[in-house]
Design a protein around this ligand. Structure first.
Ligand SMILES: *Cc1c(COP(=O)(O)O)cnc(C)c1O
Length: 397
């Protein structure tokens, strides 16, 4: 391991903030009573869960009884889609989503297609935005659910959620959004945005892994995903992950309390990084610039380069980065998101995602801007495609 360690993969996961950790700790050793039992120690854990639920409800501008704790973001996504699909199958079998969703949505949709449902995958433009008019046209009288992510985890595009919510409400179709990337980073008001179901996960905002939330608007009919005991008002069985839930509540409250300041800081660093990286010739920014982009997200393609080799060289310099999402690394296919915004395979292969977080400093950005250009040059010097390109351009010595 290089001595220097710069973590720029916050969209894959974050560390747990000390304030969050400290609040979780007593629920891992001192207060371990099963919240469903009736003795005093259980009342302590029951109340801790209640407080966490209250904190989440407040942040989303909703009520406590619409917040359900899950085992993470993927579970919340699976539950929203399968739960709504099976509960509403007598009304219709059509679901609308997008081509750039996380695999927790896309692979769930593929599963539903094998079980009699029809799924429309909306295309996106070159910056990753869906077109609300295309959504309008895609809705039929068989449509039961629309699922569009709040912001994309690879290229940071923030979708027009307010317009989508309005369309779905007018057409009487349920609207789910995967808000795993934005919770704690962007204000979310489920009422104002007409959101019926929303997924979030604690480890994307400095809470623990393996715990998430599905917000389900009161009155929405949904089947259970996990059957068993009566926890979460009988909708999600299993003894509660008390420490995890406490950590989620604290982390969300903490993130929201310094959201504006953090976004100002990260937005500045993001733009400095983007400006620096796009000085490198034959480099393009993926996703939009400005306020429709997550302040934490930088994603660029360096032409004539293999993303994986770049990640290894960056790692040797102590920089932890990603070339797509954590879930697609290790596969040779280029990212489905980059293909959906229209990049050809060979360019999509040269992508680099750097996602910033609370502890990221300007020195970190300067360091990346110092070590990355020589890495790009070194890899291009080894690339037959680059040599061929230079010859064609008449630039070879
Ligand atoms: C991380 C992520 C998920 C999956 O969440 P887990 O907690 O890892 O299961 C789902 N959707 C998006 C957009 C994500 O970024």
């Amino acid at each position: 391991m290089s001595e220097k360690q710069i973590y720029l993969d916050h969209s894959a996961t974050t560390y747990i903030k000390p304030e969050v950790f400290n609040e979780m700790l007593p629920y891992l050793n001192t207060y371990y009573g099963n919240p469903s039992s009736i003795y005093a120690m259980s009342r302590v854990t029951e109340q801790a869960i209640d407080q966490a639920r209250e904190r989440v409800a407040k942040v989303l501008n909703t009520a406590k009884d619409e917040i359900y704790f899950t085992g993470g973001g993927s579970e919340a996504d699976n539950w929203a889609l399968k739960g709504v699909a099976f509960a509403h199958k007598n009304r219709g079998n059509h679901i609308i989503t997008t081509k750039i969703e996380h695999h927790a949505i896309l692979h769930t949709c593929e599963f539903l297609e094998k079980n009699g449902f029809q799924v429309t995958y909306l295309p996106v433009d070159s910056q990753g935005f869906i077109n609300p008019d295309e959504l309008k046209k895609a809705i039929t009288d068989k449509t039961i659910l629309v699922s569009v992510m709040f912001a994309n985890n690879e290229i940071g595009t923030i979708e027009p959620i307010s317009e989508i919510g309005k369309i779905c409400r007018e057409r009487n179709v349920l609207f789910h959004t995967d808000a795993v990337q934005v919770a704690g980073h962007v204000p979310i008001d489920v009422k104002a945005l007409n959101i019926d179901l929303l997924s979030l996960a604690a480890h994307k905002f400095y809470g623990p892994k393996g715990v998430g939330v599905l917000y389900i608007r009161r009155g929405v009919k949904i089947d259970s995903l996990i059957h068993g005991g009566g926890q979460e008002r009988g909708k999600r069985a299993g003894t509660e992950n008390i420490a995890g839930i406490v950590g989620l509540g604290k982390a969300l409250e903490l993130s929201v309390s310094n959201m504006e300041e953090e976004n100002r800081h990260l937005g500045f660093l993001r733009d400095k990084l983007i400006n620096g990286l796009t000085q490198i010739p034959y480099t393009r920014l993926n996703g939009p610039a400005g306020d429709k982009r997550m302040t934490s997200n930088v994603n660029v393609c360096f032409e004539f380069i293999e993303g994986e080799s770049m990640l290894l060289l960056l790692d040797s310099k102590g920089v932890a980065a990603s070339s797509g999402s954590a879930c697609t690394s290790g596969s040779l296919d280029p990212s489905h998101v980059l293909l959906a915004i229209g990049l050809p395979h060979e360019i999509a292969h040269g992508s680099l995602r750097l996602t910033l977080g609370s502890a990221t400093t300007e020195q970190d950005i300067d360091y990346v801007l110092e070590v990355l250009p020589p890495i790009v040059q070194r890899l291009r010097d080894m690339s037959p495609l680059w040599k061929k390109f230079l010859q064609e351009e008449g630039k070879a010595q």
